[in-house]
Write a protein that binds this ligand. Structure first.
Ligand SMILES: [Zn+2]
Length: 123
């Protein structure tokens, strides 16, 4: 695992991994473009919260460009709107996982229900 100089959450695929993502079914591919993932973006980050997000599986696989190295408008970090949406999505994911565990539902059972209602999953 490595951290960028900006303190964001970059981890190369193939390196030692921590938690599984509670958000995506397949961690090998970017949740945004579908290309091979190169980094983990922890949806909640800053002030030591990244480690909690890792522990809770609140992260998405992204390409490096989507994460930190692409044009500002195409990446999450240093893009205020994307960072805010990331944290909103992270909280929603955490809350969803909290209730899934409390109700003892199968992993991704809400995903299946969403697919039935909306015809597809965006994750
Ligand atoms: Zn990140």
């Amino acid at each position: 695992m490595r951290r960028s100089l900006r303190g964001s959450c970059t981890e190369q695929k193939g390196a030692a991994m921590g938690s599984r993502s509670v958000i995506v079914d397949n961690e090998a591919w970017s949740a945004i473009c579908g290309e091979r993932a190169e980094a983990r973006h922890h949806l909640i980050f800053g002030n030591g919260k990244r480690d909690l997000a890792e522990e809770d599986g609140i992260w998405l696989p992204l390409t490096n460009d989507e994460h930190t190295t692409g044009e500002l408008i195409r990446r999450v970090h240093d893009n205020p709107m994307a960072e805010s949406l990331s944290k909103i999505a992270g909280q929603l994911a955490w809350e969803s996982e909290y209730y899934r565990k409390a109700a003892q539902l199968a992993e991704f059972s809400a995903r299946r229900a969403f697919r039935l209602r909306y015809g597809k999953s965006y994750l």
